[in-house]
Design a protein around this ligand. Sequence first.
Ligand code: AMP
Length: 550
Amino acid sequence: MSLTDIRLETGVAVPGTMMDVQLTIGWIFEHVLRNHGRREVVARLDDGSLHRYTYADFGRRVAQLAHALVELGIKPGDRVASFGWNTHRHLELYYAVPMIGAILHATNIRLFPEQVCWVLRHAEDRFVFADASLAPAVTRAMATTPEYRIPLVVMGAAPADLPGELYDYESLLARQPESFPWPDLDERTAAMLCYTSATTGDPKGVLYTHRSQVLHAMCAGLAASLNITQRDTVMPVVPMFHVNAWGVPYLCPMVGAKLVLPGAKLDPASVIDLVQQEQVTMSLGVPTVWLPVRDELEKRDLRLDSLKTLVIGGSAVPPSLFDDLKKRGITTVHAWGMTEMSPIGTVSRPIAEIEHGPPEQLRTELLKQGRFVPLVAWKLTGEEGNEVPRDGKTPGALWVRGPSVTASYYRIGNDLPAFEEGWFHTGDVCTMDEWGYLQIVDRSKDLVKSGGEWISSVDLENLLMGHPAVREACVIGLPHERWVERPVAVVVLREGQQADEPGIQAWLGERVVKWMIPDRVIFIDVIPRTGVGKFLKRELRERFHSLLTG
Ligand code: AMP
């Protein structure tokens, strides 16, 4: 009899004696109030001033917000959208909305207006809570669909002339009771809704549960993962609309770390100022945020004494960034994850076996995407579905499973090739080495990730192939100093036709937003192909690897 048989036959053989409590966000909330009530949450407001309060104050406001939500008619299961920067009010929504059994949909403010409107409608959000500075943008987004409008709760001083049904966040909270009779929730209740960044086709929604958020925060916070403690002051530059700021809004209160929320000002000078002012010890964000910060530090020959760790993920860490930050006393911790995984999957930290070995070997390992956090199972499969060797060389398709990995997409289900026999197909092609460090070598998704935002190469190719002079077009992402990756188009012209680079770029400029236009258009005779006739993008990426970096 195998272990599997035993489990199937017996179910719960002997129930344990432990309390059968539900893993809900309420546990984190209660814990921070009772144990870390004096730690601070600092937020930069739109006017640049700092708002400062303690977790105890935060707790009172979360209760007031919960009363306000109930007064607005929000019921368990209802979706409530946020459209905001990283602020204390956004943090309050992260707790009050799910703790009354509703679902917070943190909407990506960088999507096109049509896409914002699409996700609001798809989620069937009842209200949008928008920062005052972003309220006009969300109003414009809603206006892209005739007859569509949901009420807006404005956080901060509302601009004049906003149309539609409006509420003021602070007025809703004022005079509400400072405690709330929180309902007991099942841990499988949906808490948060995030849409994957728009790729080809429509964005896909992932519905996190209370349980998945709690388990994700615990695993992501461990010393071998992000290693956040009460003594830390953490500044998430990663937006709260990008996969829940990588779990930080739950992780920091869970351990009582001070939180610094940078608001809308994310330019290098403002980021550096806030680190110095608040003595930030750890910050998190995509490489695009840190490259200009690095340049600014070098220009001013500045060391940020408090800042020990930068967690960088979302795109691969450029080795030069890793080295330059190290010279200034900052350790880069590389992390990999996905919206579908809550998001953290791997974190690059030294392990005992290599920590004191040759420094070059350690550097090579730490530049990889990292080692898996607990509760994320993984496998790398080859063409026939077999597991590939763990040699750091043989690439395989990465599959994951675990309690913080989604089992389906919201309102779509799991009848997709990405979901197979309890596993989720990440779309990343990776190697795994003998020390357990994962490295992404390719993406099977045909996407370019420019400054943390996705650009669909397939969409660009389809457009380009609609150009009268173009026969074939292949768009690849190439390394770029500032944006990490930028699109480059490789084009084969039709016989007898002529076109030049600026002409093609200008033609595309009439059809896509400016930041999606490929940086370069290269003309070649034949695009290399795979055995099944697909463009061999990897070969093109290798051939033109240094085109944008010189
Ligand atoms: P998103 O769901 O928008 O966060 O995108 C997830 C995808 O971003 C992953 O499947 C990877 O392709 C890519 N990604 C995330 N983190 C990294 C990283 N550290 N290095 C390279 N690619 C990454």
